[in-house]
Design a protein around this ligand. Structure first.
Ligand code: 16G
Length: 177
């Protein structure tokens, strides 16, 4: 299967979200476009952008497509990208994952993950746009809460977007990476 422009999820979901008191009906900014991920983004530098967050490993186009198709099949992964429309490169991305639960009358929890803005375009408010968009999307999709993990040094960035530090600790066990 070749790389293509078919979106991971319906772009309509990103319309009319009241981000920063402005209704973004056309999520196009000056030379920048916020939209769902598609497989062609592999050739537009999506993985290089992610590599500014953490180690991304060696991922072939085939493996990328398999993971994309799996996310699409599952239907609970919302990866958004910001494309620089002047040169067609992906300059920022973030992911919202929905977790289905039995608690709270079979509710849904959202997790914002893998938020990264390329160093070349930092300072334009793209991080704020991505996180605000996915937070509002989580609400639109019926989540009772949306959470994220971040380094203490950037917690104020998320606090400005309405997040609070949880009383609960974030714990982990790592396997390999
Ligand atoms: C940050 C990210 C998390 C990502 C992790 C990768 C946000 C809000 N948080 O915590 O989503 O998965 O970094 O770091 O983007 P790791 O490779 O050390 O797990």
């Amino acid at each position: 299967m070749a790389l293509n422009d078919i979106p991971l999820f319906d772009e309509v979901l990103l319309r009319n979200l009241p981000v920063d008191n402005q209704v973004i009906s056309e999520p196009n900014m000056d030379g920048l476009r916020l939209r769902p991920l598609c497989t062609r983004d592999f050739d537009r530098g999506f993985m290089k952008t992610l590599a500014q967050l953490t180690d991304v490993g060696d991922v072939s186009p085939e493996t990328f497509i398999d993971r994309f198709e799996e996310m699409k099949r599952l239907g609970n992964h919302y990866v958004v990208v910001v494309e620089d429309t002047d040169n067609g490169s992906v300059v920022a991305t973030a992911l919202l994952i929905l977790e289905r639960k039995f608690i709270h009358a079979c509710t849904t929890r959202g997790r914002v993950e893998d938020v990264v803005v390329c160093s070349s375009v930092r300072g334009k408010g793209l991080g704020k746009l991505l996180v605000s968009t996915l937070t509002l999307l989580a609400e639109r999709l019926g989540c009772y809460k949306v959470t994220l993990e971040c380094k203490p040094a950037i917690s104020s960035f998320y606090e400005r977007l309405g997040y609070t530090v949880s009383e609960e600790l974030y714990m982990q066990r790592r396997f390999g990476h």
